[in-house]
Design a protein. Structure first.
Length: 398
């Protein structure tokens, strides 16, 4: 009976995955070509980022009018300000101290002139010389949101930074690339993206202030039938954490923000689906979210728990532990191999700057790294309040 319960969770999860896949394939959301000028600005929240921001500013000088680069700081004594002056970037001083990236962007947008496009970067990013040229194609094609390809500055530093960079490969290479093919909304992940100015003008600021303002923007775009596109030729680089504790802190915040944003938007999307069939595939898929994976994980964990309990019961009763031990080993090994295959697929398809030795290490270690998401999810679930916490950046060039 218990095995049947475990199997039911896994089967339901697989069915939900299939339905989500089918819904995306049937999505309809028209894109109208854009004929407006490619007039844009760059917004960079940069509190105490003097160690890394020069790399970004230097890369921007190749293709951007630096007066249209707005660096957002909290203190004019911040060393970041002097570096901005060196590159003629415009500095915006925040007047409130509400921590979260969305609040910083909101303040900045309310202080600058109107643009047709607003690009958003983190201070640790570095932009490829062809980034804006490629994004122009996305803009001219008519998309309201354009998302670039996130490569990694420090993926070869250690196995933690390498596996952390693969998180965005899952979002982009396995997720957004598939959505592109079926004209479905892509998921915005943090940085390296633009928003069309007409939407910014409508909002009169930046209204996304949850812990994961990027995912909140993604949900808003789906609800309001905005069009979005993932351009894997528009490349930028960012720095990944090199310490395990940093990744835990970061992922707990992501997961907490994920559910915070869904609590706000999913009821609205469900209600809209009953009235409006436009962009239905994107709406249905996002309503499912990671539910399919949650069911599968619950089924697997219950099965593991059952075998662990049976192992100890037999051990204490001097019975054979062979069957529960073999079952335990087989299920763990199967999970590990499946995640290895997924990792190999990502590495093979992706363009991450990882050397051969690090790729081999990642294939073996990434399955373990992925399982720690379960711990992060549980920690996020049982932590009442997760605050935005700055992760120090140190790598100034790729």
């Amino acid at each position: 009976m218990f095995d049947l319960i475990c199997l039911t969770f896994i089967v339901v999860g697989i069915i939900l995955l299939i339905f989500g896949n089918i819904s995306i394939r049937k999505n309809k959301n028209d894109v109208v070509k854009n004929n407006d000028d490619y007039n844009f600005c760059v917004l960079i929240p940069a509190r105490d980022e003097s160690k890394v921001i020069e790399g970004l500013l230097k890369s921007l000088t190749l293709s951007v009018n630096m007066q249209d680069v707005y660096v957002i700081v909290e203190d004019m004594s911040d060393k970041t300000v002097d570096i901005c002056k060196k590159y003629n970037a415009t500095v915006i001083l925040r007047t409130t101290k509400k921590q979260r990236k969305g609040y910083a962007l909101d303040e900045a947008i309310k202080q600058i002139k109107d643009y047709n496009l607003y690009f958003i970067f983190d201070a640790d990013n570095i932009v490829d010389k062809n980034f804006f040229k490629e994004m122009k194609k996305t803009y001219e094609a008519g998309y309201d949101i354009g998302v670039g390809y996130r490569n990694c500055k420090n993926g070869n530093d250690n196995i933690i930074s390498a596996c952390s960079s693969l998180t965005f490969s899952m979002i982009n290479t396995l997720g957004n690339d598939f959505r592109n093919k079926h004209n479905s909304n892509v998921i915005v992940s943090g940085t390296g993206f633009y928003i069309k100015g007409s939407w910014i003008k409508k909002w009169k600021g930046y209204p996304f202030h949850t812990l994961t303002e990027d995912y909140e923007l993604s949900l808003y775009s789906i609800l309001n039938n905005m069009t979005s596109y993932y351009n894997d030729k528009a490349i930028f680089y960012d720095e990944q954490p090199t310490k395990y504790k940093q990744t835990i802190k970061q992922r707990v915040r992501w997961i907490k923000g994920y559910f915070e944003a869904r609590k706000k938007y999913i009821p609205l999307i469900v209600k809209d689906m009953k009235l409006n069939k436009q962009n239905y595939g994107s709406k249905y898929s996002v309503c499912l979210g990671v539910r399919a994976f949650i069911y599968i994980v619950i089924g697997v964990l219950l099965y593991l728990l059952k075998n662990i309990i049976m192992l100890f019961i037999n051990l204490f009763n001097n019975k054979s532990i062979f069957i529960p031990l073999i079952s335990l080993i087989l299920i763990v090994l199967s999970i590990y191999i499946i995640m290895m295959i997924i990792t190999i697929k990502m590495i093979k398809k992706d363009k991450l700057d990882l050397n051969y030795k690090m790729k081999i290490k990642t294939i073996f270690y990434n399955p373990i790294y992925l399982t720690t998401y379960v711990y992060c999810a549980l920690k996020a679930l049982f932590t009442k309040q997760v605050v935005w916490d700055k992760i120090e950046h140190k790598v100034n060039k790729k």
